[in-house]
Design a protein around this ligand. Structure first.
Ligand SMILES: Nc1ncnc2c1ncn2[C@@H]1O[C@H](COP(=O)(O)OP(=O)(O)OP(=O)(O)O)[C@@H](O)[C@H]1O
Ligand SMILES: [Mg+2]
Length: 262
């Protein structure tokens, strides 16, 4: 099923990417303000520049780690790359099929069982019934959900939910795989198994993007790292160089809490 790409071929090209979130919020007004605003709406628009002129090419054969503080824009960038969010400016070109954990996780219907979700998700992503059946056991085994595979997903813990999403993603073996923090909810043993699986996937010249606060894992698994901060790409390069710089920034910013491996 997988048509191997050549190492060095572009997988994803992020060009001058900008994303602005506009949310209307109901402002609670004080009494005087309520009098002043009488008759006028109290809705305010909150504008967040989540991504601001980001340029980033990701080649096949690479594992790109994405690091950055909470709210840096990492998940937003992954949503834009996976086509869930349209960019406000700039563009993203994807050469290959994208199957994201994020999209898979979001696509799960909590009222349905794990089994039903895997089958529906497979059909939705264009697999035939036979292909799904042939993958099903592998997915269920990897997720190790036992009988819970036939329980409604609303009864799953967040770790169980992530396990199933991760299992689908690594079994379907997309050309481009985006893993946004999904490893962090797994327990230590599942995390180890998932990392081994990710390392295995590196072999076929796929493009992997791993968003994580687990900086040890980033150093270990990735061969390329991008650091985002407040929507901007701050640094991109060799894992140790970029992670060192980011950790130094965290230490100086006295927010070393994020340093911890999760
Ligand atoms: N749906 C949304 N509507 C409005 N603002 C949003 C939305 N999603 C994210 N934001 C804002 O965009 C910015 C970037 O958020 P994003 O989730 O991309 O950060 P992140 O780097 O993934 O952070 P974390 O490490 O916490 O996962 C934040 O300021 C956040 O508040
Ligand atoms: Mg995020």
């Amino acid at each position: 099923m997988f048509d191997p790409h050549k190492a060095g071929e572009i997988a994803v090209s992020v060009q001058n990417l900008g994303l602005i979130y506009k949310t209307t919020i109901d402002k609670k007004l004080s009494l005087t303000n309520r009098v002043k605003h009488l008759g006028r709406g109290t809705k305010q628009t909150r504008i967040v520049n989540a991504l601001d002129g980001v340029n980033l090419d990701i080649d096949y054969g690479n594992v790109l780690g994405v690091v950055g503080a909470n709210g840096a824009g990492k998940s937003t960038m992954m949503r834009v790359i996976s086509g869930i969010l349209p960019p406000t400016s700039g563009r993203v070109e994807v050469y290959g099929k994208v199957s994201t954990l994020l999209a898979l996780g979001v696509g799960f219907n909590k009222q349905l069982t794990g089994r039903e979700n895997v089958i529906l998700g497979g059909l939705a992503s264009g697999l035939s019934r036979d292909e799904i059946e042939s993958h099903f056991e592998e997915i269920a085994d990897f997720a190790e959900l036992g009988e819970a595979i036939d329980a409604p997903m609303r009864t799953y813990s967040s770790g169980m939910y992530a396990r199933l999403g991760f299992s689908v993603a690594v079994t379907v073996k997309p050309d481009i795989l985006i893993v946004d923090e999904a490893l962090s909810t797994g327990d230590a043993r599942f995390k180890e198994k998932s990392l081994a699986k990710l390392k295995e996937l590196r072999g076929d010249n796929r493009a992997l993007i791993l968003v994580s606060h687990a900086l040890g894992t980033i150093r270990d698994v990735c061969n390329d790292v991008a650091w985002l901060h407040k929507g901007k790409l701050i640094q991109r390069g060799m894992p140790n160089d970029v992670v060192d710089a980011y950790q130094e920034f965290l230490a100086v910013g006295k927010s070393a809490v994020v340093n911890e491996d999760v």
